[in-house]
Design a protein. Structure first.
Length: 242
């Protein structure tokens, strides 16, 4: 299996898709570097996974943190085969609610965090002539709806950044976008707009996917033959209409 033995960085690894992906990839033989701000969470996950795992406290909005993360991964594992830019925030709100600080936070984490991750690993991958960058976007990167204008904007940006990166690195670095629909995670916990919270209870009245479902999609992309690049995967719960 192509995953076995690969050195993989996962941001946002303290919960949800990041934690689920770390477990899945480690089970398949990967060496995983867990990155997140909540050190106690990633330390506990690292102990749970065991020997294939390492962890490092990381704030993706700080360029220096991402550079240090890449350097530590090379120190621990020798190389970086895959970067999974998974860290993200989703404080949905209507524009009229004027949640400007929350808009800024989404831009910092969802866009700048991805760019900083790319910058931290790309030179290393280009020098090796191989590598794989996986950016976690969202169904919101395909469909804009009331209340998700800023969040969708950040995820459209992730898809655009990924496509530009794919074209610039064709033949050397594989680039994949994973766009999940509704997943059981802590992502919605950051929503503070009461109107959104009230409306969401009825709009999402169906069974969500589990983090393992997205982890399996990520594993599929990594496990593709060396001459194949899985550029984009969109995964929704069966009952999610949009």
């Amino acid at each position: 299996m192509a995953i076995a033995g690969k050195s993989i960085i996962i941001t946002g690894a303290s919960s949800g898709i990041g934690a689920g992906t770390a477990k899945t990839l480690a089970e398949k033989g990967a060496k995983v570097m867990l990155a997140a701000r909540r050190t106690e969470r990633i330390e506990a996950l690292c102990k749970e996974i065991g020997e294939p795992a390492r962890f490092m406290a990381t704030d993706v909005t700080k360029h220096g943190d991402m550079i240090a993360l890449a350097e530590e991964t090379i120190k621990c594992f020798g190389d970086i085969d895959v970067l999974i830019n998974n860290a993200g925030v989703m404080p949905l709100s209507f524009f009229a609610s004027r949640k400007v600080e929350e808009w800024t936070r989404m831009v910092d984490v969802n866009i700048k965090g991805v760019l900083y991750g790319i910058d931290a690993v790309l030179t290393h991958m280009l020098e090796r002539g191989e590598g794989h960058i996986i950016n976690v976007a969202s169904v919101a990167g395909h469909v804009v709806r009331p209340s998700n204008g800023v969040y969708a904007g950040t995820k459209f940006a992730v898809r655009a950044i990924s496509e530009g990166l794919r074209q610039e690195t064709a033949g050397k670095v594989r680039v994949t976008v994973i766009s999940p629909g509704a997943v059981t995670t802590e992502l919605g916990a950051s929503i503070t707009d009461e109107k959104i919270l009230k409306a969401g209870r009825s709009a999402f009245d169906f069974d969500f996917m589990e983090p393992a479902d997205i982890a399996n999609a990520i594993a599929f992309a990594i496990d593709a033959p060396p001459n194949v690049a899985v550029n984009e995967i969109l995964v929704r719960p069966l009952a999610q209409p949009h």
